[in-house]
Design a protein around this ligand. Structure first.
Ligand code: ATP
Ligand code: MG
Length: 264
């Protein structure tokens, strides 16, 4: 479904151009969850944004190929890209408060991509779909939530709303960039379980980005490890975890805090 070949990203907002991402390659199959791990600043978000078509800016140069569903996205027309964004590719980010509009009710935010991509759907039907979508992310009282503003919800609920908004057009690919980082551990686990359920039931492929290798291992079949804008290694999650080929991956694994056995 997704093939990234030799992706390079350069920024030009300073005097000298800065090479942020170098020769990244990845493949994501239909129905698969692929993880990208790496420390802060390793280029995970930039890679995700390039795939989502969000790096079309005058100060950024991208090269290589991003083939999604047989279409090459880096060279696609903007109009072509707009048809795909929010419809075939959904995106959720780390902090829902910055992605949600504080002045608009939840219902408005969740139905936004339906209005863009499925204008033929009437108001009553749209309402029904939004309620269904809120239910689908396991929010209780969706009719009540529909009328609320983002600040009236908890962080975990806001992240569920973001997922509902990203999933409403039933995208083939969901890009989740650190979707649980701002949440406490219990809520993190719930969100991960929710993403796994959506992947299983709706066959949505997921690109799951995190700096937390143990979290990525628990949800992803395969992992791409990035460091300093480059690929360190890529492979089956368990194999990478049990038998890392690269020193950097070993360091990442060793950095996972080990739970001490309770003293009896
Ligand atoms: N506008 C910009 N101009 C120049 N460099 C930038 C710009 N935005 C980001 N960068 C750089 O790009 C690199 C990759 O950033 P990116 O956000 O992809 O990292 P990340 O792996 O997602 O990190 P985190 O885990 O903290 O989210 C960083 O070194 C960052 O400083
Ligand atoms: Mg990031």
């Amino acid at each position: 479904m997704l093939e990234v070949k030799n992706l390079n990203i350069e920024f030009h907002d300073h005097d000298a151009p800065e090479h942020i991402v170098r020769n990244i390659n990845m493949t994501l199959k239909y129905g698969e969850i692929l993880g990208i791990v790496g420390e802060s600043g390793s280029g995970k978000s930039m890679t995700a944004m390039a795939i989502a078509g969000l790096l079309r800016r005058h100060d950024v140069t991208t090269s290589g190929e991003i083939i999604f569903d047989k279409k090459e996205l880096l060279s696609a027309k903007r109009s072509e890209l707009r048809k795909i964004q929010g419809n075939d590719i959904g995106v959720i980010f780390q902090e829902p408060m910055t992605s949600l509009n504080p002045t608009k009710r939840i219902g408005w935010q969740v139905e936004e991509s339906l209005k863009i991509h499925k204008p033929e759907i009437g108001k009553a039907e749209r309402y029904k779909l939004v309620i269904e979508s809120l239910k689908n992310v396991e929010l209780d009282n969706p009719e009540l939530i529909y009328k609320k503003y983002p600040h009236e919800l908890s962080g975990g609920m806001r992240q569920r709303v973001m997922i509902a908004a990203a999933m409403i057009c039933a995208p083939k690919l969901l890009i989740a960039d650190e979707p649980t980082t701002a949440l406490d551990v219990t809520i993190q686990l719930q969100i991960v379980k929710l993403l796994q359920r959506l992947n299983r039931e709706q066959k949505t492929s997921i690109l799951f980005i995190s700096h937390d290798l143990s979290l990525v291992k628990s949800i992803c079949g395969r992992i791409l490890v990035m460091h300093d804008g480059e690929e360190v290694e890529e492979g089956v999650a368990d194999e990478i975890f049990n038998n890392p080929r690269q020193e950097y991956t070993r360091e990442l694994i060793n950095a996972i805090p080990k739970l001490e056995k309770p003293k009896l």
